[in-house]
Structure formats: structure tokens, C-alpha cells
Design a protein around this ligand. Structure first.
Ligand code: XMP
Length: 311
């Protein structure tokens, strides 16, 4: 049977109201499709009893904290912006192993959120876990930070009861729900962006300096590929170095990978066939605007055997 977004919304509003009652609920949103749809859905159900929390972890794309909180507030959603980039960089210091990085991110994220939960005396956390997160986590493909039960985190440790209204849906249906809820297309139609943010796109230790470079490269890639239809397009900063030339001298610089994939639900993916001229333009812009970068590569790996992200 075809998915009916309106009925889904109606049912979930009733369910959320029945569970939360007159208590306060928190919804942490990263600005990604899933968490934004979740926040809008929960707001429909709870009104002022929902607090949307945006944690500025320092790992977001350019202007995200401002853009996202402005959209939430414009739609009447009670929104709190928490700046805690220092805590995240501290937690990620010295970590190079992908799972250690995810764990450090997750721990800092829930510690920060836990403080907000106590401050607002929230009893519930409404979370945008979707079906693919559960499948991949159960399959031990990776531990998603937003699938608490499956990764052995006890929500009560953080003082939270978890509600996951989107857990039966895959991304295309989540977008339909977003559209039916009246989210702007720039949000419900946007590319998936992982919870741990740009940290999933820095290979090796995550530092402020690397994130600054990657953020700039990401914005170039997103802008130049805005008219190329893709499931996700982004930049990655490798841990390796490579020689280039800067001011006529040899320079041992950084390597940026351009990643763009076609996919339905992120379970499998194929690389986007990008016109060569566009790739060349991206290369020029990145090496001009980020002098520390000496090489730009295009990743042609499908999933499987590869994954979409790099950690
Ligand atoms: P991979 O790299 O496993 O990614 O092929 C599949 C999809 O999941 C996104 N992704 C994440 N999303 N937390 C998230 O919320 C994460 O830790 C995470 N890791 C990957 C990725 O962007 C892709 O769409």
C-alpha cells in the first residue's frame, strides 16, 4: 500500500500526545532532514511543550546554526541554541579510530543534551532515528549515534525517555512527511548530513583547523554540484599529505576528496557521473581558496564495497 504522509502524521501526533501528556519534551536537531521532520512533527503534537535544541558542536557546515535556528523559530518552534564546540573538539582530541570518534561524539552530545534536559525538566526526547539507522546498526555496519538501545546506551542514564516517531520510515517517506508538515523544501529536500557532522569526513584526528578547511571545501562542492542530481555530495579531508607547489616552491599539502553518490536509501550507492568540466572547476576553486590543499581527487567507489562516508 502506498505510504500516506497525512495519515502517518495524524497517527504520530496522537501517539506523541498520549505519551508525553503535559510534560516537556526535547528534540535535538542537527538541521538534517530526519531531525527537522521530527521537530516539526513533535511541535505539531506538543506546541510550547516541545523544546528544539540545536547543539553547535563546531562540526556543522557553513552558517548552519544560524540558518537552522532561524527556520525553526520562524515556524514558532521554541528553539535553544547551545554552543559547545570546545567540548566536542576536546573529546575528539587524539582520536583516529572511526568508532572511537563516534563514541566520543556521542558521549559529548548526550552529556550536552542531558544538561538541557535537566534545565528544561524534560522527561522525553524525541529523536529522528529512521529505519536505515536501525538496519545498519543492527548489522554492525556502524554504530549510529542516534540508535541508543542498539548500541547499549541506557536512556535513563541521561534522564530521558526516548520516542522515535520515524523509526519505521526510510528517507523518501521521511521527506514526504516533511513536505506534508510544511517544512521548507530547502530542508525536507536536502541531502542527508550525518549526526557527527564534518567529523565523519575528516580522516584521522579532528582539529579546528582541519574542520575549517573541510567546511570551506564542503561549501564549494555543494555550491558547484547544486544542479547535479545526487543523493549526497560533499568533501572529505584525508589524513595523508601530498606534494604540490605554492609560490613556486614545493609544498607538502592536504588532500581533499570530492564524494558524490546516487542512492535511494543509503543502503547501496553508486558514484555520480559528474561532467569533467565541473570537477575541474571544483579543483580550481578548492586549491585557490584553501591554500593548504595541494590535491583534489574524485572518489569512484560504489557502496558496497565502500561506504558513503569515510569513517
Ligand atoms: P555510510 O557511510 O554508512 O552512510 O554509507 C550511510 C548514510 O548514513 C549517514 N551516516 C550517518 N548518519 N549518524 C547519522 O545520523 C552517523 O553516525 C552517520 N554515519 C553515516 C551517511 O551520511 C549516509 O547518508
Amino acid at each position: 500500500m502506498a505510504f500516506n504522509a497525512k495519515n502517518f502524521i495524524k497517527d504520530k501526533i496522537e501517539e506523541i500526545r498520549a505519551q508525553v501528556g503535559q510534560k516537556c519534551a526535547i528534540c535535538a536537531t542537527s538541521g538534517g532532514v530526519d531531525s527537522m521532520v521530527c521537530a516539526f512533527l513533535a511541535h505539531r503534537a506538543l506546541g510550547r511543550n516541545l523544546v528544539a535544541v540545536f547543539i553547535d558542536d563546531g562540526l556543522m557546515r557553513e552558517n548552519e546554526p544560524k540558518t537552522v535556528t532561524t527556520i525553526l523559530r520562524k515556524h514558532g518552534i521554541r528553539t535553544v541554541l547551545i554552543y559547545s564546540a570546545d567540548d566536542f573538539f576536546k573529546a575528539l582530541r587524539g582520536k583516529e579510530n572511526p568508532e572511537d570518534m563516534r563514541k566520543a561524539f556521542r558521549h559529548t552530545f548526550y552529556k550536552t543534551l542531558g544538561k538541557a534536559v535537566r534545565k528544561y525538566r524534560a522527561k522525553y526526547m524525541i529523536q529522528g532515528t529512521i529505519a536505515a539507522d536501525v538496519v545498519e546498526t543492527k548489522g554492525r555496519i556502524k554504530s549510529q549515534h542516534n540508535v541508543l538501545a542498539q548500541i547499549g546506551i541506557s536512556p535513563s542514564r541521561y534522564g530521558l525517555n526516548i520516542i522515535e516517531p520515524l523509526v519505521t520510515l526510510y528517507k523518501p517517506d521521511v521527506r514526504k512527511v516533511g513536505k506534508a508538515l510544511g517544512l521548507p523544501k530547502s530542508i525536507y529536500g536536502r541531502m542527508p548530513f550525518p549526526g557527527p557532522g564534518l567529523a565523519t569526513r575528516v580522516v584521522g584526528e579532528v582539529t579546528r583547523d582541519k574542520v575549517r578547511m573541510l567546511r570551506k571545501a564542503t561549501s564549494i562542492v555543494e555550491r558547484e554540484l547544486r544542479n547535479v542530481k545526487a543523493f549526497q555530495s560533499f568533501a572529505v579531508l584525508l589524513n595523508d599529505r601530498a606534494t604540490g607547489t605554492r609560490s613556486g616552491k614545493r609544498a607538502f599539502g592536504n588532500i581533499i576528496v570530492i564524494r558524490s553518490v546516487q542512492s535511494k536509501n543509503a543502503m547501496t550507492a553508486t558514484p555520480t557521473i559528474i561532467p569533467y568540466k565541473i570537477l575541474e572547476r571544483i579543483q580550481r576553486k578548492i586549491t585557490r581558496q584553501i591554500p593548504e590543499v595541494t590535491k583534489v581527487l574524485y572518489d569512484i567507489s560504489p557502496k558496497p564495497p565502500s561506504t558513503i562516508e569515510y569513517i
